[in-house]
Design a protein around this ligand. Structure first.
Ligand code: F6P
Length: 326
């Protein structure tokens, strides 16, 4: 039972999990309790809203989770939530639970779901959390920095073995249709080649760059391939091996390892800042906005703007990665 005189805040995590989601939940709960609100944790994202699965979260319920990957609230990709009838069901359950507002922690699709609720009169604030960094309106989403560090550790190790065997490693990073992680990985890992969805390329171009690197005396080559790139990693490997460019290739698909692990210091601070800002905003009556990081400050960005823009890889950084690959 919730106290009628207190603001009752729901919080959920949605979409793909990202390191730092737990730190964000903790920041939301502790800030809300500080402001004397009651917090209901909604289980399994929008599915939990539809099914009415909540539990009250106190200060101790979010103790010891700051450093943990994953999400204590569980997460789902809910397709049915995009249907009006299920949204109505969710709103009905929220009203029965006495929820006055909701904070949604998730990626781009989750912000769309959040906007759909706001349009029907629910007070909603979004917090960007996705390793892809494809959400418009924030420099960084929670989880990106940790994923980047995971990629960096993996590529550093792969380079050791690549050098020993004079091989080219084709390393696939996540990121859906956005090349952000791949471009940044190219810079922080000193990759010879970066393939991203934003810049289509051909097998011949990649082969020629690898051959050139071999001729210039490189002992290995690191090729970072964004999962959304126009050439698939394993096909690229087979094609290059058939061409004899000097290096033989090996493929490593980093996959979901990029989504796991405890958050970095950067992600913990970002989680604390966005979590606190979101609660303060909702208690001040704000709705239909995402809280994002702009420069050094947190800002509120209308969902409609977030949804209306596509966030691509930064081409300046892409060019820098190419120049530094000599
Ligand atoms: O959005 C995060 C992400 O990890 C993408 O990079 C990737 O394309 C997708 O989720 C994988 O989704 P799932 O975990 O449902 O397989």
């Amino acid at each position: 039972m919730t106290d009628k005189n207190k603001f009752t805040l729901g919080v959920l995590t949605s979409g793909g999990d990202a390191p730092g989601m737990n730190a964000t939940i903790r920041a939301v709960v502790r800030t809300a309790l500080f402001h004397d609100a009651t917090v209901l944790g909604v289980m399994s994202g929008f599915e939990g809203l539809i099914n009415g699965e909540y539990r009250t979260l106190g200060a101790r319920d979010v103790g010891g989770i700051l450093q943990r990957g994953g999400t204590i609230l569980q997460t789902r990709r809910s397709q049915r939530f995009f249907e009006k009838s299920y949204q109505r069901e969710a709103i009905r359950n929220m009203s029965l639970a006495g929820m006055d507002g909701l904070i949604i922690i998730g990626g781009e699709g989750s912000m769309r779901g959040a906007h759909a609720l706001a349009e029907q009169g629910i007070k909603v604030i979004g917090i960007p959390a996705s390793i892809d960094n494809d959400i418009w309106g924030t420099n960084m989403a929670v989880g990106v920095d940790t994923a980047m560090n995971t990629i960096m550790d993996a590529v550093d190790k792969l380079r050791d073995t690549a050098s020993s065997h004079s091989r080219a490693f084709l390393i696939e990073t996540m990121g859906r249709g956005c090349g952000y992680l791949a471009v940044m990985a190219g810079i922080v890992c000193g990759a010879e080649i970066v393939l991203i969805p934003e810049v289509p390329t051909t097998v011949e171009e990649v082969a020629s760059s690898l051959e050139d690197a071999y001729r210039r005396g490189k002992t290995h080559a690191i090729v970072i391939v964004a999962e959304g790139a126009n050439i698939k990693t394993t096909e690229l490997s087979q094609a290059i091996d058939a061409m004899d460019v000097g290096f033989k290739t090996r493929v490593t698909i980093l996959g979901h390892i990029q989504r796991g692990g405890g958050p970095t210091a950067f992600d913990r601070i970002l989680a604390a800042r966005l979590g606190s800002a979101a609660v303060q905003a909702i208690l001040a009556g704000e709705t239909d906005v995402m809280v994002g990081l702009k420069g050094q400050s947190t800002e509120l960005i209308p969902f409609i703007q977030v949804m209306g823009h596509q966030r691509a890889a930064n081409m300046e950084y892409y060019e820098m990665a190419r120049k530094l690959a000599r």
